[in-house]
Write a protein that binds this ligand. Structure first.
Ligand SMILES: Cc1cc2nc3c(=O)[nH]c(=O)nc-3n(C[C@H](O)[C@H](O)[C@H](O)COP(=O)(O)O)c2cc1C
Length: 220
């Protein structure tokens, strides 16, 4: 079935070393559509609310389309970078977290600069029934029906030599993205996932806050 040798690793290694790949995306190497299709086929095994499978996956490799999307993304990155919500500004006063935030900002800026050169952009999308509006009562079902599949795509990609990164900047300007791609008003993209072969061989587990800081047993 596979068009690329699957990297041999344990499940725990896969789950702990699937990083946001930005600077290590190989911008010079084409990604076969067949390989993306293979990762998406695996993603289709993810759960959806009521087994509706109301998802769509937009794969963009056309240079003109990528350029248009990348321009929107870069504008959003530049805007966010000037706000207190920017990744590099958060936790700036915490010496244990600031360096990691700063690296993410640097890497994110690189991606924003080079997004149009990434071989493939994947947008996992979800349809909202009824009037097509995302509301407090349907939002968990909505995002919960696409995020597991999107993450499965990223994991399947990782084992086939492809690096990815979850990005959401473009979701804040959905109408603009929708008009470039032409998807319906009741469909929303959950993420924009740059996809390319990664350079180098290995990835390390990321630094995380301790489990005991976020674990609640029986009551909050
Ligand atoms: C909901 C969500 C939104 C994100 N949006 C962006 C984004 O717009 N651009 C970007 O470069 N990274 C984005 N990221 C990636 C995070 O910055 C990254 O996961 C975090 O820095 C931890 O790094 P790691 O994934 O390599 O462990 C996003 C991640 C999530 C889960």
């Amino acid at each position: 079935m596979t068009t690329h040798p699957v990297v041999d690793m344990t499940t725990d290694t896969l789950l702990t070393t699937t990083r946001s790949v930005r600077k290590r995306l190989d911008l010079s190497r084409d990604v076969p559509l067949e390989l993306v299709r293979e990762c998406l086929t695996i993603a289709l095994q993810a759960p959806t609310s009521a087994n509706r499978q109301h998802w769509s996956f937009i794969v963009i490799a056309d240079p003109g389309q990528k350029r248009r999307i990348a321009e929107i993304y870069k504008r959003q990155w530049d805007w966010l970078a000037s706000t207190p919500y920017a990744v590099g500004v958060r936790f700036a006063d915490d010496p244990t977290r600031a360096p990691q935030q700063s690296r993410a900002a640097d890497s994110g800026a690189y991606l924003a600069e080079h997004l149009a050169e990434v071989p493939v952009l994947v947008l996992p999308c979800i349809e909202v029934e009824g009037d097509g509006q995302i509301t407090p009562s349907n939002q968990a079902d909505t995002w919960g029906s696409i995020m597991p599949a999107a993450w499965s795509f990223m994991l399947a990609a990782r084992t086939r030599g492809l690096g990815t990164a979850w990005t959401s900047l473009s979701t804040s300007v959905e109408p603009e993205i929708r008009s470039v791609i032409g998807y319906p008003d009741n469909v929303y993209h959950a993420s924009l996932i740059p996809t390319a072969y990664y350079t180098g061989e290995t990835f390390k587990p990321g630094t995380r806050q301790p489990l005991d800081d976020v674990l609640h047993l029986d009551t909050w």
